[in-house]
Design a protein around this ligand. Structure first.
Ligand code: SF4
Length: 344
């Protein structure tokens, strides 16, 4: 067993395990994990400073996950947009391949909560046959995102097999991997993994830091290994109530990401996923955060703030209003809030 697999095996999976470190009543979480499983790696657990801090909220079950609301398990209609099992084909030139339903940590806000951790991972061999046939017959797809669950929870050999099969499809130019292991299980980013990935360039990795407290020496070292293998790193952050819905926290996060060579890519408005409603913020909170970033820190540290429209209608960027037209003149609002005249 490799070190990262040992760490995974040592993860806590039951609320009672929290008792070793924290003075909490685990019985209030027990019902939740029978519906939505829990797993917290030793590394991620070590980041918790106290109950209900931003790290705790992301990984420890909350009874509110079971409350009845108007939200649905699959608001983006991923199942309806799946031409063959495992593949989600929403945009003409891109597709998502769900290769695993397991993750190192089961995030409480997960948009695939309906299946991640609760359904078995697909049988890769059979799935790949169907997926590769579909991809070969669909030359418009030039960009494939490996997703999950977490693709990097697959062992090296399986990952290598997937990448080899995908790279045999000539029109597939770009392969992206969406993973949270640099945050939750950084020891998974091994020298061997990096040497496998770099054989299949262009490979891009999108990771998922949500709070500056997640950026520590181990996660920074994991990102450095990927960068040193020539893999461009982007980050997707989900805007989460009680975790990062604060302009100062977000600015700190974005600046810290750049310092570890990870380019902030998206801030996502929470999807309308059943069991996650307590994390939702208003869209005006997201706009407030974008206004606090744009012009107040480097443009490189300023991601897009996006809403993924329900029903699989696609992602749209949400921007603060910067421009007003008065006759022939444009009034443009700068980062200080001043309206500056501009003639186009
Ligand atoms: S790592 Fe990603 S897919 Fe896995 S539980 Fe967290 S948000 Fe969901």
């Amino acid at each position: 067993m490799k070190q990262w697999q040992r760490s995974l095996a040592e993860s806590i999976t039951s609320p009672e395990d929290l008792l070793h470190q924290f003075d909490v009543d685990p019985s209030r979480f027990s019902n939740v994990v029978t519906r939505y499983p829990m797993r917290i790696t030793p590394h991620y657990l070590s980041l918790i400073r106290e109950p209900f801090d931003p790290i705790w909220r992301q990984c420890v079950p909350d009874p509110i996950e079971l409350s009845k609301d108007e939200l649905v398990p699959d608001p983006l209609n991923e199942e309806g947009l799946s031409p063959v099992p495992g593949l989600i084909h929403r945009y003409p030139d891109r597709a998502v391949l769900v290769v695993s339903t397991a993750c190192a940590v089961y995030c409480r806000f997960c948009m695939r909560k309906r299946k991640v951790g609760c359904t078995p991972s697909p049988a890769i061999g059979r799935m790949l046959d169907d997926v590769c046939r579909y991809l070969s017959e669909t030359p418009a797809i030039r960009d494939l995102i490996l997703s999950g669950g977490d693709p990097l929870l697959l062992d090296d050999e399986t990952l290598e097999e997937i990448l080899e099969r995908l790279r045999s499809i000539p029109h597939l130019e770009i392969i992206r991997i969406g993973t949270r292991v640099p945050v939750t299980l950084p020891e998974r980013i091994t020298t061997r993994l990096c040497s496998i990935l770099k054989r299949f360039h262009p490979i891009y990795v999108n990771t998922h830091f949500n709070h500056p407290a997640e950026i520590v020496a181990a996660s920074a070292a994991a990102c450095a290994k990927l960068s040193d293998a020539g893999i461009p790193l982007g980050n997707q952050t989900v805007l989460l109530r009680g975790v990062n819905d604060d302009p100062a926290v977000m600015k700190h996060l974005m600046q810290r990401l750049l310092a570890i060579r990870v380019r902030p890519y998206y801030i996502h408005q929470m999807d309308l996923v059943q069991g996650t409603g307590h994390f939702r913020t208003s869209v005006s909170k997201g706009i407030e955060i974008m206004e606090a970033l744009r012009g107040h820190t480097s443009g490189l540290a300023t991601p897009y703030y996006v809403i993924d429209l329900p029903g699989g209608k696609g992602k749209v960027p949400v921007l603060p209003e910067y421009v007003q037209r008065r006759g022939d003149v444009l009034l443009v609002r700068n980062y200080l809030g001043e309206m500056v005249e501009y003639r186009d």
